[in-house]
Design a protein around this ligand. Structure first.
Ligand code: R5P
Length: 296
């Protein structure tokens, strides 16, 4: 039906204002479609360009990890302070309230338990399930230099193909076996390979020497894994140094949920990652928040 002519307001086409066209805020992801970019904006905070992912998928190969015996008790209180969760579909369905609206990154590879050869993983999730669970990304371990390297690369490329079909991101995780040296040279090789093979973004371990060359050589965002539990101050220093060296955030598990004060810790990690709070100040903040929580 034609618009009525007697409208008082004149039409305005703003002919002198060029249409807005902005690059996507995460590096290397301009060539993707709206759906994938929207999902990545649900993992990374568009204001800071960074993310604090809370990783608690450890049970997929090691069962009830310390701090994760009762995810409903220990992890649910942390949800308000997360940008994203990294977890298995079993925990998502059984414990995480569907009212959680940030991105979820689903563990998508697995197989052997800690009792066996860990690197022998296969794809453990199909794309319909990822869609059904409204996953923002699927996470896959890649064992560069490991015994089952080719199989794990194949897992990655299969998930990338399936994910790209539907706009779901793939997080390539560099899994470093005990036999490999965790240095910048190795991490550069592994992260660059994963990006070249199509990972939307990459998770790896932080190394003190030369991590800026790792992020420079990787054309897509990198987040760091927290690794085994270390003192809170050291974990805050690691997070700070990683983002200063170009990481787009952290995917941290044990250093948060095994902390003496997990809520205080995740709040401080957020300040470091999103606002660049210096580690000394962040640690002061941690002690302060920890004290307050004890006094309650
Ligand atoms: C490997 O990707 C694991 O499943 C964890 O998600 C990862 O190790 C991050 O957790 P954490 O900070 O405890 O190392």
């Amino acid at each position: 039906m034609p618009e009525a002519d007697h409208s008082k307001k004149q039409k305005e086409y703003y002919v002198n204002i060029p249409a807005k066209s902005q690059p996507f805020f995460l590096k290397g992801l301009n060539a993707y479609g709206w759906g994938l970019q929207n999902r990545m904006s649900n993992i990374f905070n568009p204001a800071s360009g960074r993310t604090v992912m809370l990783a608690f998928d450890h049970g997929y190969f090691q069962g009830p990890t310390t701090g994760l015996e009762r995810i409903d008790v220990t992890i649910l209180p942390l949800l308000p302070y997360t940008d994203t969760l990294m977890l298995t579909r079993g925990i998502l369905r059984s414990i995480i309230p569907p009212t959680y609206t940030n991105g979820v990154v689903l563990r998508a590879s697995g197989g052997p338990s800690i009792l066996k050869e860990l690197s022998n993983e296969q794809i453990a999730l199909d794309i319909e399930e990822a869609i059904r669970l409204n996953a923002a990304a699927m996470a896959v371990q890649v064992f560069v230099g490991g015994q089952y390297e080719t199989q794990s690369i194949h897992n990655l490329t299969r998930l990338v193909d399936m994910g790209n079909k539907y706009g779901i991101a793939t997080l390539g995780v560099t899994a470093v076996g005990k036999e490999l040296t965790r240095d910048a040279k190795y991490i550069r090789l592994a992260t660059r390979m994963l990006a070249e093979l199509g990972a939307t973004y990459v998770k790896t371990y932080y190394v003190e020497e030369g991590f800026d060359t790792v992020t420079a050589a990787c054309p897509v965002p990198i987040v760091i894994a927290g690794g085994k539990k270390i003192p809170e101050k050291d974990a805050l220093v690691m997070a700070y140094n990683a983002v200063q060296d170009g990481a787009a955030g952290v995917d941290m598990g044990r250093n948060i949920f095994q902390s003496e004060a997990p809520i205080a810790m995740i709040k401080c990690v957020r300040e470091v990652v999103h606002n660049g709070l210096k580690p000394d100040k962040a640690y002061e903040m941690y002690l302060d928040l920890k004290g307050q929580s004890k006094n309650k």
